[in-house]
Ligand binder design. Sequence first.
Ligand SMILES: [Zn+2]
Length: 93
Amino acid sequence: MTKVKVGGMTYTVLYKSDVNIDGVKRYDTCDRENMVIEIRDSMNKPLTDLTLIHEIVHAIDFEYCIDMTESQVEQMANGLYQVLVDNEFEEAP
Ligand SMILES: [Zn+2]
């Protein structure tokens, strides 16, 4: 997935070897000002998919003004990932 629409906005998804915030290495970021989600490209597919879902939940939280905590984002992302995988949901190419 290279684009994801959330709340009328289109986020660009970039897979990069170096993802950081202020020099601190990260697995993922969601830059709301520039509508960019960055995912580290060295992770295996399940972790990459889970990480993308995590950042999409952050984007949903922001676009719909839900005001979730990091823990709530993590719990929702883990739950969504499990449901999608266990029900054979496949990402479009
Ligand atoms: Zn997060």
